[in-house]
Design a protein around this ligand. Structure first.
Ligand SMILES: *[C@@H]1O[C@H](CO)[C@@H](O)[C@H](O)[C@H]1NC(C)=O
Ligand SMILES: *[C@@H]1O[C@H](CO)[C@@H](O)[C@H](O)[C@H]1NC(C)=O
Ligand SMILES: *[C@@H]1O[C@H](CO)[C@@H](O)[C@H](O)[C@H]1NC(C)=O
Length: 839
């Protein structure tokens, strides 16, 4: 009895529910399971209403981006748990209430209203009114307006969302230029959002530049920002790694004026390209087993990516330094800047081309990213040999290359301009570029034609050469050893003589600093006081006066002068001149109005000036400065005393590394050195340096890591050795990192709004840099690559335990275990202790 009653009650309830559903669906709006919108059925923002494509791959409806309450019409994947929006209709005009209404007019125009502010967004009236329009969400993620029962190709659509993409490029969507049925051309580009929570179009745009041999570009505020280069039949010339990454996942379909890509047949993975608000173009794939999105490729990311960093006729190398090299037959147009590793001026031709006499030849440059092709001339019907002939017959032609390399090369690209933005890859990827040179410039390297005509003499020559080379190497080795010894001495008389630095008169300096008055004193540096002053009408300067009592300071002074005079980088403090007169040793620097980083960092009140953006810029700036010292300057320089008080801040809070008093130059292939005099600052010194006196670029990387963690936490990492039972900063961060709550460590002065992913990335990089073993620590180029990457941080290596994580050895014991004599210990103690508290 009771059971029957329950059953009938349930049936009644179900019937009522079904009736209600039917009513809502027909009378008010769509409530799911439908893929079309028709004039009598608008889509209302009542929370659940959505269109679902026939294969249930995509859904269209109202949504709010993470961190925002504004409502937008969007398309997202239907079957995955993380709402991932691939298209947005009203990017510029959000709805600020839940009264959104997307309807289709009887003529076939999509109209979005919110009941109060009129029309917020519309697809535009069709060229000719449709008689029975529907708007359908297709299973490829396209939303199309067409005649009910009409065809399914883009030409049958009166309007389609694929023509107006947001920041996401999904398979099948065309980028480039599409001719519409009415004869007009539509440019289709992908535009990044302003931020993750604000879909308003932002700075970065990705699409095709159709000039010359069409190329894929990222633009930033209409300026070229990154060049993927032309399609060579297999990959975009500047992204050879894409062939591996995308292998089996997708294939490109590139045609005149447009390109698209499709999922490859073997793969069913969901994937998308996103033009991210950070300026990175990302390829993101859904990992079914992990139930998460994974960025498997992104650009720009490497040192050669900034456009034309090596100027006209120079090329960029990704790993080797110097990064910029002139093409054979060319020389730097500005040798001074070139030596200081600024390659943007490029290179000039050494011997003019000899067109009329017909003696010019071609240099084969292998594994290249082709130079900018926007002003190149394309002829698809020529063979490579015909291409060469056509280039030779044109006196303006500077280079040629195959248009399509997919089957042993066909088609022809010729350049008649300077060649810009070339990269030469270190591995056998990329394609061949043939650069036209005068015979005289070609002679220095055997041309490939000559190489084919080998004969027996080669064997004889090889044997002779081996003997000769062996002899020469012996000689070179002896010379090199002598030179190396001299390099270690740093200050050579000759170097002092050709110092390219203004010498100031002591009187001028006295005037500038009011005779070293107390009012002008900025602070006490490691080797003496620092004053603020003005020389003549000039800008303010900082004057560092070497204290007369310090005997050991003289070497450091000379060291600093010789070194700094030759270094120029925006993240290094600039030396303007010096003064060596009477007993005085004085250095004159540019003045940094914001003083040193420690003053801000370790002060609760001033710490609030450093928001996350500023801190991040400081981290990146220091990394760039250090990269320059380690790899990019004319010398290999180990700073040896990197710490917060040696980072100065200019008026824009951009960081500059200062105080090169302890820096050491490394010769040629020297990578580490041993010192008996350990100088530096506790808390920043690496284990191998303190314990064994070994310093290398990796000991600077350690100090950099400490700095990064200090910048994030706002806490000092000193007192390392006196913590017998409590952990130091590194130890604390390491523990919280392993427990997964290291964000607790973020300086409270930053406030609560910071990009967690970026902060976590920086903490991870910091931890990688302070790893106990020097060989585990990254080099500065990879630190910068990691800083610049926006992918999942799980892609970065996992840090191992930091140095000094569990040091419980008192100071005295550390020294007695090392090989230093007592005298060394006391002198190093003295130096270090003066530095311990910073300035
Ligand atoms: C939605 O908008 C259409 C056209 O603007 C209008 O005819 C319809 O009444 C609206 N529906 C609701 C429930 O507001
Ligand atoms: C969009 O694409 C066209 C050609 O496809 C290109 O010429 C244009 O510069 C691009 N627009 C922007 C804003 O970069
Ligand atoms: C062309 O050849 C002639 C004679 O061999 C020579 O004098 C002239 O300098 C050459 N021209 C160029 C531009 O090298």
């Amino acid at each position: 009895m009771r059971r029957r009653l329950t059953a009938s009650a349930a049936a009644a309830a179900a019937a009522a529910a079904a009736l209600l559903l039917l009513l809502t669906a027909t009378l008010f709006s769509i409530s799911g399971g439908v893929d079309t919108l028709s004039p009598d059925r608008p889509l209302l923002d009542n929370g659940t209403a959505a269109l679902v494509s026939a294969g249930e791959t995509f859904q269209l409806g109202f949504f709010s981006p993470n961190g925002s309450t504004s409502r937008y019409i969007g398309i997202w994947y239907n079957r995955i748990p993380v709402q991932t929006v691939v298209w947005i209709a009203n990017r510029r005009s959000p709805i600020n209430s839940r009264s959104g209404n997307l309807s289709l007019t009887a003529a076939g125009e999509l109209v979005l209203t919110d009941g109060s502010s009129g029309v917020l967004w519309t697809s535009g009236a069709p060229d000719a009114p449709l008689s029975n329009p529907v708007a359908q969400l297709l299973d490829d993620g396209n939303f199309a307006v067409r005649e009910a029962g009409g065809g399914g190709s883009p030409d049958d659509f009166a309007w389609q969302s694929f023509d107006f993409p947001a920041d996401t490029h999904i398979p099948g969507m065309i980028v480039g230029r599409r001719r519409l049925k009415n004869g007009t051309d539509l440019n289709i580009n992908i535009t990044a959002s302003t931020s993750d929570s604000d879909p308003t179009p932002g700075r970065f745009v990705y699409g095709l530049d159709l000039r010359g041999d069409q190329q894929l570009f990222i633009w930033s505020e209409m300026q070229q920002y990154w060049r993927a280069g032309p399609w060579n039949g297999r990959w975009f010339s500047g992204v050879p790694e894409m062939v591996d990454t995308a292998n089996g996942l997708l294939r490109f379909d590139v045609e005149p004026n447009q390109m698209t890509y499709l999922r490859s047949e073997q793969s069913s993975a969901l994937l998308r390209f996103v033009m991210h608000s950070s300026g990175h173009l990302q390829l993101i794939v859904w990992l079914e087993n992990r139930q998460s999105w994974n960025t498997i490729w992104y650009a720009p990311k490497d040192i050669c990516d900034p456009l034309s960093s090596c100027g006209p006729n120079g090329y960029c190398r990704q790993i080797i330094t110097p990064q910029c090299v002139c093409l054979q037959g060319f020389h730097p147009s500005n040798p001074r800047n070139w030596q200081l590793r600024d390659g943007t001026d490029g290179c000039l031709r050494t011997t003019p081309l000899d067109c009329r006499n017909g003696t010019d030849g071609f240099l084969t440059l292998r594994n290249t990213k082709l130079p900018d092709t926007s002003r190149s001339i394309v002829n698809a019907s020529l063979t490579l040999d015909q291409c060469r002939a056509s280039c030779l017959s044109n006196c303006d032609c500077t280079a040629y290359a195959a248009l399509n390399i997919s089957d042993s090369g066909s088609g022809c690209i010729t350049w008649t301009t300077n060649l810009t933005d070339i990269t030469v890859y270190q591995s056998a990827v990329g394609q061949e570029l043939y650069v036209r040179l005068a015979a005289a410039d070609l002679a220095s390297e055997p041309s490939s034609d000559h190489r084919r005509r080998r004969n027996h003499f080669v064997v004889v020559i090889v044997v002779l050469s081996v003997v000769l080379i062996a002899l020469l190497s012996c000689l070179a080795f002896c010379l090199w050893r002598r030179k190396k010894k001299r390099a270690a001495d740093i200050v050579e008389e000759t170097e002092e003589r050709d110092l390219d630095l203004p010498l100031f008169d002591l009187g001028t300096i006295r005037n500038a600093t009011c005779n070293f008055s107390l009012q002008n004193k900025l602070g006490e540096g490691g080797f003496g006081p620092v004053y603020r002053g003005t020389i003549g009408e000039g800008p303010e300067v900082a004057v560092k006066r070497l204290s007369k009592t310090s005997t050991q300071g003289l070497d450091e002074f000379k060291n600093e002068v010789t070194l700094i005079a030759k270094l120029q980088h925006r993240n290094l403090v600039r030396l303007l001149g010096c003064c060596v007169q009477e007993e005085e040793r004085i250095l004159v620097y540019e003045y940094m109005p914001n003083g040193s980083l420690d003053v801000f960092l370790f002060d609760e009140v001033k710490g609030t000036y450093l928001d996350w953006r500023t801190r991040y810029n400081i981290i990146v700036g220091i990394a760039r400065g250090l990269l320059y010292l380690h790899h990019d300057s004319r010398f290999r320089i180990i700073h040896r005393d990197l710490k917060a008080s040696n980072i100065l801040l200019d008026k824009d809070m951009d960081p500059k590394i200062s105080d090169f008093g302890m820096a050491r130059i490394f010769g040629g292939d020297e990578s580490e050195a041993n010192t008996r005099r350990v100088v530096g600052t506790y808390g920043y010194m690496s284990p191998e340096y303190i314990m064994d006196g070994i310093f290398s670029m990796k000991s600077d990387v350690f100090s950099f890591g400490v700095l990064v963690l200090e910048i994030i936490s706002g806490k000092k990492n000193r007192r390392v050795y006196h913590t017998l039972d409590q952990l130091n900063l590194l130890g604390h961060i390491w523990n919280t990192w392993r427990e997964g709550n290291c964000l607790d460590f973020v300086d409270k002065s930053i406030g609560n709004s910071f990009p967690e992913a970026e902060v976590l990335r920086c903490i991870k990089i910091g931890l990688l840099c302070v790893q106990e073993r020097a060989e585990d620590r990254p080099t500065m180029p990879s630190v910068l690559t990691m800083l610049g990457s926006t992918g999942d941080i799980t892609l970065l290596p996992e840090p191992k335990q930091p140095g000094f994580f569990s040091t419980r050895v008192p100071l005295s014991q550390i020294y007695s275990s090392s090989s230093m004599s007592n005298q060394d210990i006391s002198s190093s103690n003295k130096v270090t202790i003066t530095n311990i508290e910073g300035r």
